[in-house]
Design a protein around this ligand. Structure first.
Ligand SMILES: C[S+](C)CC[C@H](N)C(=O)O
Ligand SMILES: N[C@@H](CCS)C(=O)O
Ligand SMILES: [Zn+2]
Length: 342
């Protein structure tokens, strides 16, 4: 599915209509790679797996989320940047190829999934609405803070030397490559401050990018993104950008989600998306997660109905959530579904 000739908002409204009003986003990607044995204690984090020997693992995680019921899968490009690959000794061209690869692997997974579903003649997936659900590939664009690989996307303080122009220059090529590789939409995610939201909005405009995007912020409480900028201000920037089709929150503790939905709704009438993490806290030095007083993985599934009532329409999970979480969300939205189409 693409934008071809349609306005951004009608493309997305049509998609949501086809989904029946609410859509399922996938779950934690990097942390799922880790659960399958990948060692991501590296400057590239999940982008390390784009390097060929692990691409089968990337495809497998995408397929697991499709099997769990996702309508939208996010590519492995969260921490994939040309600058980051160059720092690891790759050439610029190799960096571009790896970025493109992230979209190609997700597209391969979607094709495999569709093939399996078409070929199977048994009565799997009797739920018609689920069986016919649309599936989109979202190119993940992690923040500049993700590239820094020090947990900056949970702090949002880039210092005075980093300006809107710095951030536009940093992301420009990468975004163009991901769009050119055929992503259906761009997921600007874990945005930690309004500076970066402004940079993304200007970049989309300057480059005349027609692929629709969403802006998703990492938040520290019910009203503020992690830098302390208000979610209302951040969502207002997204609201003013015509390429932005949805606005929301990710990698944020489940306990803040309800209040954040209300705050975002005051700033925009665009669809609201939420994909919280497990409520644990990330320790960048050791690439580990520690328990805080939030809800644990899966525990937020019973809240999906309340979050929908509060006005959100796309639901998924972020770090340390798994296909189980996504299966729970899909069942909350679609009713009972078969968990595999093979
Ligand atoms: C969303 S955080 C857990 C991603 C990893 C971080 N950028 C790092 O490299 O430590
Ligand atoms: N899409 C990324 C987000 C990290 S915060 C992932 O799930 O790994
Ligand atoms: Zn996350």
């Amino acid at each position: 599915m693409g934008l071809e000739g349609k306005g951004t908002s009608s493309f997305f409204r049509d998609f949501l209509d086809e989904c029946g009003g609410s859509a399922v986003i996938d779950g934690g990607f990097a942390t799922e790679l880790e659960r399958h044995g990948a060692d991501l204690n590296d400057q590239l984090w999940s982008a390390k797996c784009l390097v060929s020997s692990s691409s089968h693992l990337v495809r497998r995680v995408h397929l697991d989320y499709l099997d769990a019921g996702a309508n939208i899968i996010l590519t492995a490009s969260y921490q994939a940047t040309i600058q980051g690959f160059e720092a690891k000794g790759f050439s610029r061209e190799e960096g571009v190829t790896l970025l493109r690869r992230s979209v190609e692997i997700a597209r391969e997974a979607r094709e495999i999934y569709h093939d399996r579903c078409t070929k199977d003649s048994s009565d799997f997936m009797r739920n018609e609405r689920y069986r016919k659900r649309p599936i989109l590939i979202a190119a993940s664009v992690g923040s500049y803070g993700a590239y820094l690989a020090d947990g900056s996307e949970y702090i949002g303080d880039y210092g005075d030397a980093v300006t809107v122009q710095t951030l536009k220059d940093f992301h420009r090529e990468r975004v163009k490559v991901l769009v050119d590789a055929g992503a259906d939409l761009i997921a600007f995610e874990t945005i930690p401050n309004k500076l970066e939201a402004q940079a993304y909005a200007e970049l989309l405009e300057e480059e005349g990018i027609e692929t629709p995007a969403w802006f998703s912020f990492s938040c520290k409480d019910e009203s503020n993104v992690v830098s302390g900028d208000s979610i209302f201000e951040c969502a207002s920037i997204a609201d003013s950008c015509k390429q932005v089709l949805a606005v929301g929150v990710n990698c944020t503790a489940p306990r803040f989600i309800h209040g954040l939905i209300s705050s975002i709704k005051k700033a925009t009438s665009k669809p609201v998306l939420v994909y919280p993490n497990s409520g644990e806290t990330y320790i960048a030095e050791s690439n580990q997660w520690v328990k805080s007083n939030g809800l644990a993985e899966d525990d937020f599934v019973p809240y999906i109905g309340k979050w929908r009532d509060a006005g959100a329409s796309l639901f998924g999970g972020c770090c340390r959530t798994t296909p189980n979480t996504i299966r729970g969300i899909a069942e909350a939205i679609y009713g009972k579904v078969q968990d595999k189409c093979i």
